[in-house]
Design a protein around this ligand. Sequence first.
Ligand code: FCB
Length: 446
Amino acid sequence: MTFPAGFLWGAATASYQVEGAVSEGGRGPSIWDTFAAADGKVLGGATGDVACDHYHRYPEDIGLLADLGLNAYRFSVAWPRVMPDGRTTSAAGLAFYDRLVDELLSRGVLPVLTLYHWDLPQALEDAGGWPSRDTASRFADYAAVVHAALGDRVRQWTTVNEPFCAAFLGYGSGVHAPGGQDHATALVAAHHLLLAHGLAARALTGPGHEVSLALNFAPAIPDGSSPAHAEAARKFDGIHNRFFLDPVLGRGYPADVVAAAGRFAECVRDGDTDVIAAPIDWLGVNYYAPARVTPLDDPQAPSNCPLPTLRGLDVLPAPPPLTAFGWEQSPATLTSLLTWISARSGGLPLVVAENGASFVDKVVDGRVYDAARVNYFMEHLRAVHDALGLGVDVRGYFAWSLLDNFEWAMGYTQRFGLIHVDFETQRRTVKESGRFLGRVAKANSL
Ligand code: FCB
């Protein structure tokens, strides 16, 4: 397999999942500090207080990434480090990212910076959080501050990571911070996250700068061929995929979703959809697994899809082989997803901004033989290669994740890293999958 010249070969992390040092450098609390500290929210009572201690160990971690042969690092900036109260800039907080970016550049690694990967300053949550429209404006201010500080060296800017999860898991199902459980509110939060993306995009311009956002896609596979199955898949696809993709592409919110979404339209003001449609240079595609959907005979019956827009369907258990998380492995779906987005967007450049799998890993004699993950990456890279062959403009591939880390509500129980982390000692061990990905990257960079 050969990939286009200039292809980005990277690994991704997110601030709260790896940094630790939650009270250092003047960092303020985020919604994840609060959520993780509350009883019963995170498996095993785990928190990101220490995580991978990346705040102190970033030179070692970047060294490992560079030595593997990867040429890009997708990381996120912690808003509460840069603005402890969500509004006031902290020089010490910015200085950390200054050091991080300089370290990357000194190792020849391209920084790909995400501004929001879910760690909202607690002070802004207290002022209303994402259900409040003002949060989108605060985000635009924050984006401008980070851009002014790092824009001389960082050219790749991603505004928001996975607004679906931030809105629907954070304010709807309540399994993520801040733990809200109201689906109508979650839809409003989703709109404000997209608005935040659009407002920030305007602030992120500069010579050679590229703007993006990262959406998570869950392609819907109907578990049967009846019209009712097709209808169930359409509904699922609407809220998971089109509701976020379409407004970003300038198509507005999909009419079928809006029609099913109660009073949602009331929060969308004149001009909002134009803001959200701000031009982007590439789209980050986060892909893990499809969803197998089936219609329910009784459209009002309780289902495992609680969103109001999803009445009348269920998601079935995934067929094996599963990852440790219980997620399906379907590389072919990545090819069809990339092809679909490319067609829908008129050939927008795409970057696979997250793809990866958790498995149970063991360090044996200083090595981690994670054959299942090697296979996972190999098959998904083939899937990307197939999409390239079909004419899709894919510009890069980022493994989730560089390091085993704090996997949100699952605590430290799901290891996704190319590098194993012993959370007792902070010892790093490169896994075979890391070497594999690095070899592919190097072979393509000759
Ligand atoms: C994605 C998140 C990322 C990580 C992976 C497993 O939804 O963006 O932080 O948790 O899932």
